[in-house]
Design a protein around this ligand. Sequence first.
Ligand code: RB5
Length: 144
Amino acid sequence: MKIAVGSDHAGFELKKSVITWLQDHGHEGIDMGPYTEESVDYPDYARKVALSVADGSSDQGILLCGTGIGVSISANKVKGIRAALVFNPEFATLARQHNDANIICFSARFTDKETIEKSLHNWFATPFEGGRHQRRVEKIEPCC
Ligand code: RB5
């Protein structure tokens, strides 16, 4: 799959290892920046990744910032995006199974590389369950 990957300065190092993990596991990781460790604003990169998923240029996205909170809030402002902040592999499974999440967000400061990789494994191995979850996901719409 084609996966858009972005971060801020806090997620910069882990973004590199996520892209390597994607390549090692048969995916195409598109690095949407930043490209240096300089301090940046996470909404700029979250929006780039979210727009790429929303317009179909990428199949899914991965975002990292210090807590993962800023990138997930920002990505979820884009119509059609269901960005899930994931702390462990079980969250990754449920985000796909129940929420049909299309962007996975991580905290670069509170989640280690091994947990991120196990979470990515589950994320890509888990399909959306549909059924009652389909109705719920369809109700996730901007309302005002
Ligand atoms: C940057 O210091 C930090 O605020 C950012 O990475 C993120 O945690 C925001 O949600």
